[in-house]
Write a protein that binds this ligand. Structure first.
Ligand code: NOJ
Length: 757
């Protein structure tokens, strides 16, 4: 017996080692997406705060383990390849293996700006939502929450635990190829929307994210443009959107952008990362570089970058060496790891990891349709052309933009796999870059229109021959022309004109039929030289997987449009702050060495050149107001099938200023009006143009009136004082303007503020 016991004692360490080997081996042999098992450790006590838990865990880690959490496995791990070793990656854009010994879960990241991307790898479906600009056009925080919650749920169902979305770069250059992903040109509107979206996403137990920090407001030359912007201008424009979004959601990750800002790459910009984000805003999460946007080790680590993606050029062996030599202090590396882990604890990654299941596609379809219905903006409706009366119309011509097959989507890392494949296969086999291929989601407007008007003859013409399209239009009661402008990450559009002679198509159809309705499928603003010839225009943006159905619901009045523009539609490029595209795409032949345009100053690596944001504070509508330019359609504009009246403005003065007014539905249909409040600051602000400070989307039955009361947040009334490096609420008289768009503000009043904040 004693012998047996001592044998057992002797065997124990061997058995334990074998058991550990087996369990470690089985962890590493887990199929993709399976998180390593969770051993016990003091950091697993849920009663401790995320910071306490992260501290306990950091103190149990070796330097190699710490470094392993701060970088990805390279582009190969993202895109795969014949020599790629198998990993537990789910195939999303980013993957960082966890540490089984400590129960640290794998970090599975997926691009998720308008839905979960690259899900095809494991055969999972995700909902292609309408684009971000559509969400923004709803001006509705409830819609933003639904959008975020759906993306969070679908990430979770597919095993991801971190989103790469929440883009909030302002639309200061409307030709930006990524405008479709973002939330328009106003920092308060965009910031509040991304805040609501990310809060809801994080409630699903997923790490929320925002990008591209900061001032990456065009795609051409994004990795070598040195944006020059003054402190006040950036704090009151793009940075304000980030500030609001981050503070309102408590999101966990900020992605620094490709560009330089005032001479430093964004991912090694101490002002952006350490001073503003981490110190002034108190951001507790971590900073990840955009893919390939890290340019140094020590400089970046000391400036505030916490994680390099997708590879380890700077934050792998080089970072380890920098820690060993003391170039990067141990306290800083611990801070980097602490930030990653406290974010994972706070989001619930340790306690409530995602488990994979087939997403509920039905909920997804409903949400997608609702967002498109709430986010499509009715821009013109002469003579009450819309809604179409399903019973009175005998014939409808549906023309152009592959409306028989589907709706277009925005390209790049935001591209969600189309269910069943591209509804309009490319004429030629796809050529790189893959992300510039135009993908059509299988939601046919033609079919949806036929469903709405079963008694009418609804015929389709592809619009490639304007004369043939006009002939069909002439023979029909109503012509609905679909036009598009595909846009994508990686390049700006050369102009705001519709490509492929679609202006000529619209003109031909409009001259053949006085009842011509245009449906725009674009990523942002376009010019409309034919605007006076058509009777109605609906901006549907890239409307997502139920785009066809949503468009038909609006055209036939099942849904009363209530969306408003989150960005200005200019009359022409001549009216833009930079009429010429400030950054031309480099010639494909020599993208690395040729400057973007002749004479552009070179810096360091020859390609860098300065792009002065000399419009300063005048971004979007503020530019048009300040410069006295009349837009084609102003910020905040959007029609409804009913009408509204504003009256009885009452203004409560500071220190807690507020407005109250009466809003009445004066028409015959139920509707929702986005009532907007703008303020002009005291003259001392040096900001003579108004800014949006509050709004509410108010639902009203026909004839119904409601009193709308809105508090005005002092932060939104303040200016950023670069000398004090702080926000300042100036004393003086503030003018209030209330109405249904930035150019239709029937009510006005004033209030005073007595001192500074
Ligand atoms: C580059 C894009 O700019 C960014 O938005 C995206 O999240 C990463 N690639 C990963 O795909």
């Amino acid at each position: 017996m004693r012998n047996q016991r001592s044998l057992w004692r002797l065997a124990q360490p061997v058995l334990r080692a074998a058991l550990i080997t087996i369990s470690v081996a089985s962890v590493w042999a887990q199929p993709p997406g399976r998180t390593p098992q969770k051993p016990k450790g003091p950091w697993m006590q849920k009663a401790l705060s995320p910071d306490q838990r992260a501290d306990l865990l950091v103190s149990a880690m070796t330097l190699d383990e710490k470094i392993s959490l701060l970088h990805g496995g390279g582009w190969q791990a993202v895109f795969g390849g014949p020599d790629t070793p198998p990993t537990r990656s789910l195939g999303g854009a980013g993957f960082i293996p966890g540490i089984a010994r400590l129960g640290i879960p794998d970090l599975q990241m997926a691009d998720a700006a308008v839905g979960v991307t690259r899900s095809a790898k494991f055969g999972r479906y995700s909902t292609p939502l309408p684009s971000g600009v559509s969400e923004a056009s709803s001006w509705d925080l409830k819609v933003a929450r639904e959008y975020g919650a759906l993306i969070g749920r679908e990430l979770r169902d597919q095993g991801y635990n971190m989103s790469l979305g929440g883009g909030v770069n302002l639309t200061r250059e409307p030709r930006n190829g990524r405008s479709f992903e973002y939330k328009g040109e106003d920092p308060i509107l965009a910031g509040r929307l991304v805040g609501a979206e990310m809060k809801a996403l994080q409630e699903q137990g997923i790490i929320g994210h925002t990008k591209h920090y900061a001032l990456n407001d065009q795609e051409n030359g994004r990795s070598y443009v040195n944006v020059k912007a003054g402190k006040r201008a950036m704090r009151e424009t793009d940075l304000l959107a980030f500030e609001i979004g981050i503070k309102e959601s408590g999101l966990g990750v900020v992605m620094c952008s490709y560009n330089l800002l005032n001479g430093d790459y964004a991912c090694e910009n101490g002002y952006l990362l350490n001073d503003v984000l981490k110190t002034q805003w108190g951001f507790q999460g971590f900073v990840v570089s955009d893919w390939g946007a890290t340019h140094s080790t020590v400089r970046a680590a000391l400036a505030g970058l916490d994680m390099e993606m997708p590879g380890d050029n700077f934050f792998g062996a080089a970072l380890k060496k920098a820690v060993e030599t003391g170039a990067v202090p141990v306290t800083r590396i611990n801070d980097m790891v602490h930030r990653v882990l406290r974010t994972e604890f706070a989001a619930g990654l340790f306690d409530n990891p995602p488990s994979r299941k087939v997403p509920n596609i039905f909920t997804g379809l409903e949400v997608a349709q609702r967002v498109a219905e709430q986010g499509s903006v009715l821009l013109k409706n002469a003579g009450g052309q819309l809604p179409l009366a399903a019973s009175g119309i005998r014939s409808i011509a549906v023309i152009g933009s592959h409306a028989d097959a589907g709706v277009p989507s925005g390209g790049g890392s935001a591209q969600v796999d189309p269910p069943g494949g591209n509804a309009v296969p490319p004429l030629h086999p796809p050529q790189p870059p893959w992300y510039e291929q135009v993908i059509w989601h299988p939601s046919s407007p033609l079919k949806a229109i036929r469903t709405k008007a079963p008694g009418a003859k609804v015929e389709y013409n592809p619009g490639t021959d304007p004369a043939a399209a006009a002939a069909l239009a002439a023979a029909s009661d109503v012509a609905i022309v679909f036009v598009n402008q595909p846009t994508s990450e990686g390049a700006d559009v050369a102009s705001l004109s519709l490509p492929n002679d679609q202006d000529a198509l619209v003109r031909a159809v409009a001259s053949a039929n006085p009842h011509t309705v245009v449906v725009l499928e674009t990523g942002g603003a376009v010019t409309m030289p034919w605007i006076d010839q058509v009777s109605a225009v609906l901006a549907a943006w890239f409307p997502g997987i139920r785009g066809g159905e949503a468009i038909a619901s609006i055209l036939f009045g099942d849904v009363n449009p209530s969306a408003k523009l989150p960005l200005t539609f200019p009359r022409s490029e001549a009216d833009l702050p930079h009429p010429e595209l400030a950054v031309q795409p480099p010639p494909a032949s020599d993208a690395d060495s040729v400057p973007p345009f002749p004479g552009a100053p070179y810096k360091e690596n020859k390609r860098q050149f300065d792009l002065e944001f000399n419009e300063g504070l005048k971004v979007g509508y503020k530019w048009y107001d300040a410069e006295g330019k009349t837009p084609l359609f102003p910020f905040g504009f959007g029609l409804s099938y009913t009408t509204y009246a504003y009256s009885d403005l009452k203004v409560t003065p500071g220190p807690a200023p507020a407005v109250a007014f009466t809003l009445k539905n004066t028409g015959t249909r139920p509707g929702a009006e986005v009532a907007q409040v703008y303020v002009t600051l005291p003259a001392a602000a040096g900001e003579p143009f108004k800014r949006l400070v509050s709004w509410d989307k108010v639902r009203l039955a026909p004839g119904e009136a409601k009193t709308v009361t809105l508090a005005l947040d002092p932060h939104y009334l303040s200016i950023f004082d670069p000398d004090k490096d702080a926000w300042s609420l100036l004393p003086g008289e503030y003018k209030v303007h209330v109405g249904g768009s930035s150019r239709d503000l029937p009510l006005s009043g004033t209030f005073g503020i007595g001192g500074s904040r």
